[in-house]
Write a protein that binds this ligand. Structure first.
Ligand code: GLP
Length: 241
């Protein structure tokens, strides 16, 4: 694992954006695995800025997002599709038909998950996967479990995730209880992985991810076994490592 320590959130965002930008410049038709949550927002802002300045071209890029709430349509402002449109896709020249997010409205979860794996396979696999980190060590929506789920699947969100994500909803009852997420196997199949982490509230779990045992109880700990992982985290997040 390569670990870059940055002064603060802004520097973390710039550094992460540089890594994604270099991927886009070197491989203009690459497949980016993208993430939601508050942490990558600054990274996306930098990518938009560099696109506006003429330094980046997303016209041949394909993107596959990690996860989506089950039951939310892309028009719902809490859906991850909406988040991606709003925070990145609407502001750069990526072709919308080349941006993929699991289909939250497909009630047939087996079909939804199977189709998503097929989309990733047809795209040729993920070249660079961006990840945030949940407070309980989740990546995508792979919650702490007894084993590592291999492929895209439907998950019941844990109470801690519902609590962490309720800030985005009008009230807690509106937070969906289930989501479709890439599996740990899907994520580990990406050629490169970039993890962004910010803030003292992630310090404990980030230390477990980096230095603790590899266990499905801390899903992100599996990243220790991936050959090309870069963690970009600020001082606060790395304060217990
Ligand atoms: C959600 C997302 C994750 C994300 C996590 C952390 O649960 N499914 O992909 O990494 O939140 O979010 P934040 O960056 O807001 O702390």
């Amino acid at each position: 694992m390569k670990i870059y320590k940055t002064k603060d959130y802004d520097e973390m965002s710039r550094k992460a954006a540089h890594i994604i930008a270099s991927q886009v410049i070197l491989n203009p038709d690459c497949v980016l695995g993208l993430a939601t949550g508050s942490t990558p927002v600054g990274t996306y802002k930098n990518l938009i800025k560099w696109y506006e300045e003429g330094d980046l071209d997303f016209s041949q890029i394909t993107s596959c997002n990690l996860d989506e709430y089950r039951g939310l349509s892309g028009d719902n402002d809490q859906s991850y599709r909406y988040f991606m449109n709003h925070n990145l896709f609407d502001s750069v020249n990526i072709r919308k038909e080349c941006t993929f997010v699991p289909d939250g409205l497909n009630e047939d979860s087996d079909a939804a998950c199977r189709e998503y794996e097929e989309i990733i396979r047809r795209a040729g696999g993920i070249d660079l996967q961006l990840l945030g980190l949940g407070h309980n060590g989740h990546i995508g929506f792979n919650e702490p479990a007894e084993d590592f789920p291999k492929t895209t699947h439907c998950v019941d969100l844990t109470e801690s995730t519902i609590q962490a994500n309720k800030r985005f909803f009008e009230n807690e009852a509106d937070v969906p209880r289930q989501a479709y997420t890439m599996g740990i196997g899907t994520i580990m199949s990406a050629k490169k992985i970039l993890v962004v982490v910010s803030g003292a509230d992630k310090a404990e779990i980030l230390n477990e991810v980096i230095n603790g045992p590899v266990t499905p109880k801390v899903p992100a700990s599996i990243l220790q076994l991936h050959p090309d992982v870069t963690i970009v985290a600020d001082e606060a997040a790395l304060s217990k490592v």
